[in-house]
Design a protein around this ligand. Structure first.
Ligand code: PLP
Length: 367
């Protein structure tokens, strides 16, 4: 599914160099590489403010906190995601309210309005596998009902629609930069992005235990609100800068792999539909098939690893399970039929051919 080993000699050399640089200057927190990383991210995303944080989880949690999402609030979101999408909401004290998904795996924007109540404060859409939600429609709903949008863009770094990047469709957005993600770090890492100065300033305070930072480091306990440590290490920022240097190249390779799959996988197999004018984040290649479990077993026997993600649905996991969640019919159907096939930039032509041949063969066998 993923091959996280660093095999490329120039990446390896660059990583060792920046690692040594940080060891030499010794500024392990708030070192110059963190600020450089944030500057580069703001430029790339065309967003005024970005903040490097400890993980994508921290990013989403702090983004919600900065908007004052709290106990008594309801936040509309998707049941088909990594559990953090809802846990971040629940950690703020608010209640995640689940809306069914569309055939593209993302929240079905046409069903959102049905779930809005007096308590609804925000919408958290998540771009599944890097494919962007219909943010223009979601923005219209948010405007109509005066709701905040917090994008869970954990899987969608680099995605864009009509030249507008993921993360720029909301009040504040959260990215994950763990080693599996589009912009891969070499440990935990995440990013907050916003154009709103107030949200940026508040997130910055919340990132550092709720304290205002004193440039001279004399006053360290000036805590203005309760928070924990969500900082990004300088070493991670330095290594992410190396990843960013190679990001374009990695994305190009993944686009080619996506195209190869699109063109060669049997059309009986449903692929994730990408909209016109959209470039998705290169995070995953999900397919939908009838006899998913048989196909999975068949591929396993051939040495091809596949993964079923987001099982059970968040709404069915023990902490969120309740009759009030609604039927979420499409999410259940998609979960039952979806399989993620290997998708990383180190896949060779020979490996790709082998995967596609066996996938197509399995379909003939089990359909
Ligand atoms: C949709 C989604 N949200 C949030 C996260 C949390 O990111 P992290 O693992 O960096 O904490 C992830 C990570 O897998 C994710 O996929």
């Amino acid at each position: 599914m993923f091959d996280l080993r660093v095999k490329d000699k120039s990446i390896s050399k660059d990583l060792k160099n920046v690692f040594n640089k940080v060891l030499n200057h010794g500024m392990f927190f708030f070192g110059p590489e963190l600020y450089k990383f944030e500057e580069e991210m703001s430029k790339f995303l065309k967003m005024k403010y970005t903040l490097g944080v400890a993980s994508g989880s921290s990013a989403l949690y702090l983004a919600l906190k900065s908007l004052n999402i709290k106990k008594g609030d309801e936040v509309i979101t998707t049941p088909f995601s990594w559990i953090i999408t809802s846990n971040a909401i629940a950690e703020c004290g608010a209640k995640p309210v689940f809306v069914d998904i569309g055939n593209d795996y993302n929240i079905n924007e046409n069903l959102i309005e049905n779930k809005i109540t007096k308590k609804t404060k925000a919408i958290v859409p998540m771009h599944w596998g890097g494919h962007l939600c219909d943010m223009e429609k979601i923005q219209k709903i948010a405007k109509k009902y005066n709701l905040f949008i917090i994008e869970d863009a954990a899987q969608a770094f680099g995605a864009q629609y009509k030249n507008k990047k993921s993360g720029s469709y909301s009040d504040i957005a959260a990215f994950s930069m763990n080693p599996m993600k589009c912009l891969n770090g070499y440990g935990e890492g995440g990013l907050i992005a916003t154009n709103n100065k107030k949200l940026y300033e508040r997130s910055k305070i919340l990132r550092y235990a709720g304290t205002t930072s004193d440039p001279k480091k004399l006053i360290t306990n000036n805590c203005v609100e309760v928070s924990l440590n969500h900082k990004m290490d300088t070493i991670n920022a330095a290594m992410l800068l190396v990843s960013f240097k190679y990001f374009k190249n990695k994305t190009k390779k993944l686009m080619k792999i996506r195209k190869y799959y699109d063109e060669n996988i049997n059309d009986i197999i449903l692929k994730q539909k990408i909209r016109k004018y959209e470039i998705p984040g290169m995070y995953a290649y999900p397919i939908q098939i009838k006899n998913r479990n048989n196909v999975k077993k068949f591929l396993e026997k051939k040495g091809i690893e596949t993964k079923i993600w987001n099982d059970p649905l968040i709404s069915d996991s023990p902490v969120y399970k309740s009759k009030k969640n609604g039927k979420l019919v499409n999410a259940k159907k998609i979960l039952k039929h979806t399989l993620n096939i290997p998708f990383h930039e180190k896949l060779s032509k020979k490996q790709l051919k082998y995967i596609v041949e066996n996938l197509n063969l399995s379909i003939r066998k089990f359909s």
